[in-house]
Design a protein around this ligand. Structure first.
Ligand code: BGC
Length: 263
C-alpha cells in the first residue's frame, strides 16, 4: 500500500547500513520523510539519502551522546518541521568469551545498544508532546525499538550484546506502558539472522551458513526488507492497537528448532 506514511517524518538511527538502511528505504517508499542517522558511515548515509530523494537527509551523531541525540532531533525538525516516527536501530557487537571481555567493550555495547535507545526514546517522547498532532494520524507518536532474538535467546560469547537486547525489550515495554495514555505507541522488532555486515562471518562461509540454517526452521537467512516490512507496518495506522509488543522476525529461530526431533 503506497503512501500510507505520507506527511510523516521518521528518524532512523544507524540508518547508513544493514537493517537500518532497509528500514529507511521501506519508510521512504511508504511516503515518509526520512532522516538517515549515521555514526561512522557518512558516505553511505549521504548516498542513501540521495537515492531516497528530496524527502530524505543524512545526519551524523553518536546515539550514546546526549547532546548529539538532541541535535539530531533539532535537525529533523528544522528540515521537516516535525517528527512522527522514531526507529531506534543503532546497534553494535563486540564479542568475546567472558574471561576475555574488557570492561570497555562491555560498556561500549551497553552504551550504544541500550543507553543509546534510551536517549533516542526520551528525546522522541519529549518532541512528540511539544508538537501539534497530525489530524489524519491516529497515534500522536510512534517508536520502534530494534532489538534481537537475543532479547530472549541466551548467547554464549556475546554476553554484552544479549544483556543489552534483554534490556531493550523491558525498556520498550515499560515505556509503552508509561506513554500509552498519551497516545504514543512503542513497539519492538526482534530480528533473527538477517544478512547484513554485522553477522557476515555467519553467512559468507558455506560451512558457517549451513550451521546457521540449522537454527532457522523457515530455511533461509533474512533480508533487511523482511524487517523493514514489519517496521513500516508498526509505524502505520494499520497497527494502531498494537503497543508494547515484541515482533519476532526470525524465520522461526525462537521456536527452539533443536526440539523438532528431540526432547
Ligand atoms: C545478531 C546477529 C546474529 C543474529 C542471530 C542478531 O541480533 O546481531 O549477529 O546472527 O542475532 O543469532
Amino acid at each position: 500500500m503506497k503512501g500510507r506514511l505520507e506527511g510523516r517524518t521518521a528518524v532512523v538511527t544507524g540508518g547508513s547500513s544493514g537493517i537500518g538502511a532497509g528500514i529507511a528505504r521501506g519508510l521512504s517508499r511508504a511516503g515518509a520523510n526520512v532522516v538517515v542517522n549515521y555514526h561512522s558511515g557518512r558516505e553511505r548515509a549521504e548516498e542513501l539519502a540521495q537515492e531516497l530523494g528530496s524527502g530524505a537527509i543524512a545526519y551524523g551523531g553518536d546515539v550514546s551522546d546526549e547532546a548529539a541525540v538532541a541535535k539530531l532531533f533539532d535537525a529533523t525538525i528544522e528540515r521537516f518541521g516535525r517528527v512522527d516516527i522514531v526507529i531506534a536501530n543503532s546497534g553494535i557487537q563486540k564479542d568475546a568469551p567472558i574471561r576475555e571481555l574488557s570492561l570497555e567493550d562491555w560498556k561500549r555495547v551497553l552504551d550504544v545498544n541500550l543507553t543509546g535507545q534510551f536517549l533516542v526514546c526520551r528525546e522522541a517522547v519529549r518532541r512528540f508532546t511539544e508538537q501539534t498532532p497530525l489530524p489524519h494520524v491516529r497515534a500522536r507518536g510512534n517508536i520502534v525499538c530494534i532489538s534481537s532474538v537475543h532479547e530472549q535467546i541466551p548467547w554464549a560469547g556475546h554476553i554484552n550484546y544479549a544483556a543489552s537486547k534483554g534490556g531493550v525489550m523491558l525498556m520498550m515495554k515499560t515505556l509503552a506502558q508509561e506513554v500509552a495514555p498519551e497516545r504514543i505507541r512503542v513497539n519492538g522488532v526482534a530480528p533473527g539472522a538477517i544478512k547484513t555486515p554485522i553477522n557476515e562471518e555467519a553467512w559468507s562461509d558455506p560451512e558457517a551458513k549451513r550451521k546457521l540454517l540449522e537454527l532457522i526452521p523457515y530455511g533461509r537467512i533474512g533480508e533487511p526488507e523482511d524487517v523493514a516490512a514489519c517496521v513500516t507496518w508498526l509505524a502505520s495506522d494499520e497497527s494502531d492497537y498494537v503497543t508494547g509488543a515484541s515482533l519476532f522476525v526470525d524465520g522461526g529461530m525462537t521456536l527452539y528448532p533443536g526440539f523438532a526431533d528431540n526432547g
